[in-house]
Design a protein around this ligand. Structure first.
Ligand code: SAH
Length: 350
């Protein structure tokens, strides 16, 4: 029988498993603490647990503990990891140092099937979903490596979080648990390309996290050209879902807008964008696109980005240009994994 991932279980799920095994109820918290507070990666470390129980767990379960396959550090302190999972698949995790704390950008899937034309993560499609414990392990691996606490999380690495809904939700509960590393929901941002049913479902969970929507264009024709997901969920479906999310949760959403020269950086786009989100009090993050191989897009120049930002601000929309941390280590998602895959491909031909 294939082993299952014990670190993917929420405290309640773990309690149910242990109860089934005939264990007293206090064991669940103890084992949860070992995995999610003391960051133990093997059962032998759990010295206060009965040997027999540990042997039983060992037989059927494993704790996600990815291996750091590659590590790149930029001058600004940004660290990017290529992590190898137990089944050999690789994902990327990035740590960014801000004055308010250390933020980890986590991947939620191996690959992605959303097909955004500017994104390296999706070029080879989706291999599989990550389990909750594997996503949590990205944070634990980074925390152990830098030797400092992680205070903030962004779900902006490889994958579409709402395309792996159940596991991502379990992850959010695990990571924000006071019995784990206890990272508050208010310090977590979840970024989506705009899966409308997922946004509706997430609203009902009423979590205090920040929803970030990858908008990238205020007109359907431009957006569909950049993001195939817009064919299924065009702006007239997406925007009401986002507004309704904001009303239900009382949390302001933010919008990501990656700027592509000659595609979505015109004055008309800025005006339409302002009109689309007026009155929401939402924040817009402008990011010059990070060009990836095989993509026809190039970045808007700095002057254009500033003009776009000023136009938005003049129209009453709060917009900032995202500081590009770690740009010399190609910190855009999916690039390191893609390099690794290409090297593997090339070595096969040698
Ligand atoms: N699937 C989610 C989260 C992962 S991508 C989403 O789509 O939101 C995180 C952000 O980076 C998204 O806004 C995405 O559109 C953007 N992005 C991806 N590739 C990029 C690139 N090459 N340059 C700039 N932004 C990029």
């Amino acid at each position: 029988m294939e082993k299952k991932c014990l670190s993917s279980l929420t405290l309640e799920q773990l309690a149910a498993v242990l109860k089934e095994m005939g264990q007293p109820s206090f064991r669940a918290k103890q084992i949860f603490h070992w995995i999610h507070q003391k960051l133990a990666t093997d059962f032998a470390a759990m010295t206060d647990q009965p040997k027999k129980l540990l042997a039983q767990l060992e037989e059927n379960w494993y704790i996600a503990a990815p291996v750091i396959e590659r590590r790149q550090q930029a001058k600004d302190g940004t660290v990017k990891y290529l992590l190898r999972m137990a089944d050999g698949n690789c994902i990327e995790t990035v740590v960014m140092r801000y004055n308010y704390g250390n933020t980890v950008c986590v991947s939620t899937q191996v690959g992605c099937r959303m097909g955004c034309r500017f994104c390296a993560s999706t070029q080879a499609g989706r291999v599989r979903n990550l389990e909750a414990g594997e996503i949590a392990a990205e944070i634990y691996t980074a925390q152990r490596d830098i030797g400092e606490r992680i205070s903030h999380i962004v779900l902006m690495g490889i994958g579409e979080p709402l395309d792996n809904y159940e596991n991502v939700l379990d992850f959010l509960h695990i990571i924000s648990s006071p019995d784990g590393v206890n990272i508050g929901m208010r310090n977590i941002s979840l970024s989506t390309c705009g899966l409308v049913p997922g946004i509706g479902r997430l609203a009902q969970e009423n979590l205090q996290l920040t929803l970030s929507v990858s908008l990238h264009a205020p007109f359907n024709d431009i957006r569909s050209g950049m993001m195939p997901v817009n064919n299924a969920y065009p702006l007239e479906k997406l925007m009401p879902a986002v507004r309704s999310y904001q009303e239900t949760t009382g949390r302001r959403v933010s919008f990501e807008y990656s700027m592509v020269r000659g595609v979505n950086d015109s004055d008309a786009c800025a005006r339409k964008l302002a009109q689309l989100i007026r009155g929401m009090g939402a924040h817009v993050n402008l990011i010059p696109i990070n060009p990836v191989d095989g993509s026809p897009y190039s970045a808007s120049d700095a002057e254009n980005v500033r003009r776009f930002q000023k136009l938005l601000t003049d129209l009453g929309v709060n917009a900032t240009v995202r500081r590009r941390l770690g740009s010399e280590i190609s910190a855009a998602c999916g690039q390191l994994r893609r390099e690794e895959m290409q090297e593997k491909e090339n070595s096969k031909c040698d």
